[in-house]
Design a binder for this molecule. Structure first.
Ligand SMILES: C[S@@+](CC[C@H](N)C(=O)[O-])C[C@H]1O[C@@H](n2cnc3c(N)ncnc32)[C@H](O)[C@@H]1O
Length: 191
């Protein structure tokens, strides 16, 4: 599996409104994202999903966005400010070794990992850190681009997620992607 990180300029393509022709954020996320929720989004890029989620959570909700590229986060915040949504969005730029979200332990209602897991070298650590932020029984949508990730690689990712205490509860249909919904269970494997 390659851990090649998406170049910053691809962020503009990923945030293009044309993408809505095959991936509509509201349709993909409205089953999971509700008013007042705290959402963790890993690898938001320039915010194709972040802004719609900020609308769905409303003024009492928060989206915590963690990315390793400053240019992605800066562009995301410019878009959020223009849309009047910046107060609902918290951003962090991290080194890639850790999400650095210890202060969000047991406080996240839903996490989105869209087209990011294959870019992360230590997937077990990623899933452990996401697991620690979630409230019990909270859900995670993991969706990977089928052009970059094959079925075997995706199954390997799911095996890692299960190892740290997630169960797969659904496989939603998202065009061009391989996708699952995970639920935090309390059966964490320690080693
Ligand atoms: C292919 S882009 C997807 C962006 C967005 N999720 C979307 O679907 O439009 C992957 C994003 O993940 C970020 N990323 C890669 N490795 C990361 C890591 N270890 N922690 C956080 N973000 C990461 C990249 O900087 C990039 O913004």
């Amino acid at each position: 599996m390659s851990n090649h990180v998406c170049p910053w300029w691809i962020g503009y393509l990923l945030a293009s409104p044309l993408r809505r022709l095959f991936q509509k954020p509201e349709d993909i996320l409205s089953p999971y994202v509700k008013e007042g929720m705290t959402i963790l989004e890993v690898g938001p890029g320039m915010g194709f999903f972040t802004l719609p989620m900020a609308r769905l959570v409303g003024p009492q909700g928060k989206i915590v966005c963690i990315d390793i590229q400053e240019r992605m986060i800066k562009s995301l915040m410019r878009r959020a400010t223009r849309a009047g949504l910046s107060e609902r969005i918290i951003t962090r730029i991290t080194s890639g070794d850790s999400l650095q979200v210890n202060d969000f332990s047991d406080s996240v209602d839903f996490a989105l990992l869209f087209a990011v897991v294959h870019e992360v070298s230590d997937q077990e650590k990623l899933f452990r850190e996401v697991h620690a932020t979630l409230k019990d029984n909270s859900l995670v949508l993991v969706s990977e681009p089928a052009g970059h990730v094959n079925r075997d690689e995706f199954n390997q990712t799911l095996a890692t997620a299960k190892l740290v205490g997630f169960e797969v509860i659904a496989s939603p249909e998202i065009k061009r992607n391989l996708s699952v919904v995970l639920r935090k269970s309390n059966q964490v494997t320690l080693h």
